[in-house]
Design a protein around this ligand. Structure first.
Ligand code: ATP
Length: 258
């Protein structure tokens, strides 16, 4: 742990029914840093995010948030520090878009601190950022997958936490909204952990944690981790990294090994 870190993981592991799902993850994130999690299906990315969100406990190891051990933090305090956009966030309730985003303010409310103008402002701002301000009265059940995803992101932004966790947030989004969400993530001042499947998206992160079978295979700057060798090793594909003719980030091409 460093004096400036926001999120620290020490030897974090999770075992379910004797099966190791996440093994010995060490990590220290600075304020404002964006960490991309990459790895094949089933490599432990969501489980790691769920542990950082405080939704499941590590079987071993410790998670510290802003210097406090998460094991000793109440749910409400964790929710004031960490917002989580899960992979398949859903609700059985009949709620509107505004209701869904207002839920993000819950950790900040109490009998002594009822809903106020700053909560309205936080909700309106979050809806505006994801471009859902014209759909506030729509029923959640009537939204498309991409619209739901943007509402979930707005709910997390309204929570106004220093740490934001995103599990494949571009999943249901068209190209325009994928880029819009990644641009937004880049602009946010929060410390961010984001699970991604697209290597081009992962290149935009400050650091990458590459996982396989629950283990950290590599941790470092994108260009050092997203090499053909490491990508080939974890995804069992032949990867090529091609310079962008327009001078931007490199492009990837993949081929099956079989
Ligand atoms: N509660 C559980 N009981 C048993 N196995 C579990 C449990 N939770 C997760 N797993 C298993 O742990 C492994 C890691 O799952 P996890 O969802 O963390 O992977 P992931 O990297 O997020 O995958 P994906 O890219 O498909 O979303 C998988 O094999 C999964 O089936």
């Amino acid at each position: 742990m460093t004096s400036t870190s926001v999120l620290d993981l020490t030897g974090v592991s999770r075992t379910v029914n004797g099966k190791i799902i996440v093994s010995d993850i060490d990590l220290s994130l600075k304020p404002g840093e964006t960490l991309g999690l990459i790895g094949p299906n089933g490599s432990g990315k969501s489980t790691l995010l769920n542990m950082i969100a405080g939704l499941v406990r590590p079987s071993r190891g410790e998670i510290n948030i802003c210097g406090h051990s998460m094991a000793h933090m109440r749910r409400r305090k964790i929710a004031r520090h960490i917002a989580f956009v899960a992979q398949q966030a859903d609700t059985g309730e009949r709620i509107t878009v505004r209701d869904a985003v207002e839920l993000g303010r819950t950790p900040w409310l109490s009998a002594l601190r009822p809903w106020g103008p700053e909560d309205d402002e936080a909700v309106a701002q979050a809806l505006g950022v994801v471009g859902m301000q014209t759909m506030v009265c729509r029923d959640w059940s009537s939204l498309s997958g991409g619209e739901r995803q943007r509402v979930q992101i707005a709910r997390a932004l309204a929570q106004a936490t220093p740490i934001l966790l995103l599990d494949e947030p571009t999943n249901h989004l068209d190209i325009h909204h994928q880029i819009a969400i990644l641009d937004l993530v880049e602009r946010l001042p929060a410390t961010i952990v984001i699970a991604l499947h697209d290597m081009h998206h992962a290149l935009r992160c400050d650091r990458i944690l590459a996982m396989k079978n629950g283990r950290c295979i590599a941790l470092g700057p994108p260009l050092e981790v997203l090499t053909p060798e490491i990508i080939g090793e974890i995804f069992a594909v032949e990867a090529m990294r091609i310079p962008d003719p327009a001078g931007g980030r490199p492009l990837f091409s993949f081929r099956s090994l079989t």
